[in-house]
Design a protein around this ligand. Structure first.
Ligand SMILES: [Zn+2]
Length: 433
């Protein structure tokens, strides 16, 4: 089912959608190890020919928030297994978060991630390094040293940077170095790590609830600090109407503020937690229908820059501890684009907008527009092929990573990734012609 590395792939009559290049055409595509060629003059005899009619060919998808768990938690996921999950979801480039063990708070650890990704022939891996040492919110890391080691962003994800002075200091370093700051916006003095949003569902389940305002207060504070420092500031896994309102007005003001949303916050509310399924426990937690609708409006009106998974694998044993004691987090790589297509099928967003949210959108957040999330001489030869009308059901067996803690198990999606080309090589195929 997999072509050998030297076999070019020829897609006949495929729809090529590349929002960055304003391309949306039906074309023949020849994918070689070094280029994606439109309407090639000749097709090599040994090419694998696929009937592309009805399929979409997209620049390889980009996911700017994943947890690959290596080093320290290899039993949950590794860079190799996480890459397999990513490829199954059509994702060719990821940004990994620093809450590994040890933390990604030294140049050695930053360099290890990229080196390990190359060693296992994983997806293109970019590192968001720690804002504070050991992510403990006490002492800032030397951001310049982390950038020199290859870090593209700074975050304490898993945790917020709570202290105002530390946050200002981190943003000042980011501004001076042109590094992106990515915030896990949660005032933990308000949430106290409560397992879900304060709601009828938390009451029914008998677990502590947290106020959804705990996110917006941090976003609002950070926007004031962004105005002061001129840094590029990004909100990870944005989940509330209050946060969206603050981000929308910051953008209108011209600040360098961006945000992402996760498929689970777009498709689910805290009502999904009512049965106590630990695979509906994540951080930030599922919110109200009011919040969900605000995310959907922002998805459609351009306020949201990217869809990112916050792929957070945990084992069955860990999740079996019950709703209150199970760790926060769900996986998302295999299902992200299919989940996003739900909003194309119901008419909320256009197909081009959906593609943008996982290609040129995240590339722009990273300051890599034209070099990532598009097809062109300056970008890697990454291609994702999607059958937008294929219906499939999310199952544990269908997961390519180590863990199966998806909030979407049993759900039917319309639209599936059928092939993923990484650096010119077909690395994933599922029912491809
Ligand atoms: Zn987070």
């Amino acid at each position: 089912m997999y072509a050998s590395p030297s076999t070019p792939l020829f897609l006949r009559g495929v729809r090529l959608i590349d929002p960055h290049a304003s391309v949306d055409v039906i074309t023949d595509l020849l994918v070689t190890p070094t280029a994606v060629v439109r309407d090639p003059a000749a097709v090599p005899d040994h090419a694998r020919v696929v009937d592309g009619r009805g399929l979409w060919a997209l620049p390889g998808l980009v996911d700017i928030q994943v947890h690959f768990r290596q080093p320290g938690f290899e039993y949950k996921e590794t860079i190799e297994s996480g890459s397999a999950a990513a490829l199954a979801g059509g994702i060719c480039t990821v940004v990994v978060m620093p809450n590994t063990q040890p933390r990604l708070d030294t140049p050695q650890q930053v360099e290890f991630e990229a080196a390990e990704a190359r060693r296992v022939r994983g997806v293109d891996l970019l590192v968001a390094a720690a804002s504070t040492r050991n992510l403990d919110g006490q002492q800032l890391t030397d951001h310049a040293v982390l950038k020199a080691a290859g870090a593209v962003a700074i975050t304490d994800d898993g945790y917020p940077v709570l202290d105002d002075d530390l946050m200002r200091g981190s943003l000042e370093q980011c501004a001076a170095l042109d590094l992106l700051f990515m915030q896990h916006a949660e005032d933990i003095r308000m949430t106290r790590h409560a397992p879900m949003t304060d709601s009828p569902a938390s009451v029914a389940l008998g677990v502590p609830g947290q106020s959804s305002d705990a996110e917006g207060v941090i976003v609002e504070r950070d926007i004031a600090l962004t105005r002061e420092t001129g840094a590029r500031y990004h909100v990870l896994h944005t989940s509330t109407a209050r946060s969206i309102a603050a981000i929308r007005s910051a953008k209108a003001e011209g600040l360098s503020v961006t945000c992402e949303v996760s498929p689970h916050h777009l498709l689910l509310t805290y009502d999904a937690c009512a049965g106590g399924d630990p695979n509906t426990k994540m951080n930030p937690p599922l919110r109200s229908e009011y919040d969900r609708q605000a995310l959907i409006v922002a998805l459609a009106d351009g306020t949201v820059d990217a869809v990112a998974t916050d792929h957070a694998p945990h084992t069955r044993e860990e999740k079996a501890k019950g709703f209150e004691d199970a760790p926060f987090g769900v996986i998302g790589l295999e299902t992200a684009f299919a989940a996003l297509l739900s909003f194309v099928h119901d008419g909320t967003i256009t197909d081009t907008r959906a593609v943008e949210l996982m290609t040129s959108g995240p590339a722009r957040v990273l300051g890599r527009q034209g070099r990532l999330g598009t097809l062109g001489a300056d970008a890697p030869v990454h291609l994702t092929v999607v059958d937008p009308s294929r219906e499939w059901t999310v199952t544990e067996d269908g997961m390519a990573g180590k863990c199966t803690n998806s909030a979407f198990l049993g759900r039917m999606f319309k639209g599936k990734v059928v092939a993923t080309v990484l650096h010119g090589e077909l690395r994933y195929a599922d029912g491809l012609g």
